[in-house]
Write a protein that binds this ligand. Structure first.
Ligand code: ADP
Ligand code: ASP
Ligand code: MG
Length: 426
């Protein structure tokens, strides 16, 4: 008998029928003799709809109230799932994040888990119940307020529960069969990975692969939680995310795992590019500019500075689209002090990243990327690398086509198209 944590995303609990399907999966796991703890997301696109509603009544909703509102989405699905399980003759008990002991810091909208005290969950498990926990939410002890963990945060709830309860595995159920070499909605010929290392998954998640939330992967790495990403809509085995020293459960069954050089390709439309043009080419200007950007709260991703021929230079950088307005406003306010000539805002960019631990030991990985883009006639605007990743910024309109070309160039294409079972991709 094992203790299994299962997380069901919004597309898995989108309507009554789907909730009954999830209830059946949970009950089947229980019938197999395991203890089950479930973390659920809000139904379908509920969180987006609640956000839209908030923005209709207030241009900048108060963060405390926004968390109150958004956390209600997961309460609905947890109670409905518990009811569906009851009607199948099994005992299930639902808990809010705060009842489950999900203690966070006080940062509304992006709270971090600081402690998990699952006393009530243990009691319920000891009494033989299936435990259902509302994902994405926690409680701050100082303010005594409800917090949320950031978009996609139910993944973190599940991993944190798995760590606190010492679960054997944390299964993250979604509308695709696992983690693929690319987003199957962008590249239908993507192939399912048997496993991916935590460091590769962190790079993929940080660069647009929302199949797992980056903070959940970080948490799993820190606490040694085994993640199995799989589908609610099929019984196929999914993808294991393996931390250092972790054994692939399938290797124990005798499977031999080959390590590819490139694990996958990620695409990201969520950034904008800001160019500070005509910056005096003297020491200290970059420091001034990025201090101003940091003060605006914007998170800078990529940076390029062109060589100057005229004593002035252009500095371009990317930030999440949502941060761009604040960064531009702060820079504009200090134009005279910094002495730059003008600002250009470009929100029509896309970022393509190639990720693979094999890059450390293989040469020619970047050459393949640049050749593929050149053959496709696609212009590169910015480049950045880490030890196991190469990213390029392109025109947003070119991104999907570029990703397909690059995916083919690395030999990642499968023979058939992937089925995406549900969800709107929102
Ligand atoms: P959930 O609502 O269950 O949390 P998400 O929408 O957050 O599901 O994540 C699943 C989606 O992630 C898929 O439908 C797919 O479009 C997208 N995705 C992006 N990159 C990948 C990838 N490399 N492998 C699988 N899915 C991916
Ligand atoms: N419902 C939240 C969201 O849509 C959390 C989650 O689904 O993980 O972001
Ligand atoms: Mg998700």
């Amino acid at each position: 008998m094992a203790l299994i944590v299962q997380k069901y995303g919004g597309s898995s609990v989108a309507d009554a029928e789907s909730i009954k399907r999830v209830a059946k999966r949970v009950v089947d796991t229980r019938r197999a003799g395991h203890d089950v703890v479930v973390a659920v997301s809000a139904m379908g696109d509920t969180t987006d709809e609640l956000l839209d509603l908030a923005n209709e009544v207030a241009p900048i909703p108060a963060p405390r109230e926004l968390d109150m509102l958004l956390s209600s989405g997961e309460r609905i699905s947890m109670a409905l799932l518990a009811m569906a399980i009851h009607s199948m003759g099994f005992e299930a008990r639902s808990f809010t994040g705060s009842q489950a002991g999900m203690i966070t810091d006080s940062q509304h909208g992006a709270a971090r888990i600081v402690d998990v005290t699952p006393v009530r969950l243990r009691e319920a498990l000891d009494e033989g119940a299936i435990v259902i926990v509302a994902g994405f939410q926690g409680f701050n002890r100082d303010t005594r307020d409800i917090t949320t963990l950031g978009r996609g945060g139910s993944d973190t709830t599940a991993v944190a529960l798995a760590a606190a309860l010492g679960a054997d595995v944390c299964e993250i159920y979604s509308d695709v069969d696992g983690i693929y070499t690319a987003d199957p909605r962008v590249i239908p010929k993507a192939q399912k990975l048997d496993h991916v290392s935590t460091e590769e998954m962190l790079e993929l998640a940080a660069n647009g692969a929302k199949v797992l939330y980056i903070r959940a992967v970080e948490y799993a790495r820190r606490h040694g939680v085994l993640i199995h990403a799989r589908s609610t809509f099929s019984s196929a085995e999914g993808t294991y995310v393996l931390g250092e020293g972790m054994k692939n459960p399938r290797e124990a069954e005798g499977a031999v795992m080959e390590e590819p050089i490139v694990a996958g390709v990620a695409t990201d439309f969520s950034h904008a590019k800001i160019t500070v043009a005509g910056v005096p080419d003297v020491p200290g200007k970059a420091a001034e500019i990025f201090k101003i950007v940091a003060r605006s709260g914007a998170n800078v991703d990529m940076i390029v500075q062109n060589v100057s021929a005229t004593g002035r230079t252009d500095i371009s950088f990317t930030v999440p689209k949502a941060d761009a307005a604040a960064a531009l406003k702060s820079l504009a306010a200090e134009q005279n002090e910094v002495g730059f000539q003008n600002l250009v805002h470009d929100d029509q960019i896309g970022k393509l990243s190639v990720v693979g631990a094999g890059m450390r030991t293989h040469s020619g990985v970047s050459a393949t990327l640049f050749e593929a883009l050149s053959a496709g006639g696609i212009n590169i605007e910015m480049i950045s690398t880490s030890e196991i990743r190469i990213s390029v910024v392109l025109r947003g309109d070119d991104l999907a086509e570029a990703a397909r070309t690059v995916h083919t160039a690395y030999g990642l294409d499968g023979d058939t198209d992937v089925t995406v079972h549900a969800g709107t991709g929102r």
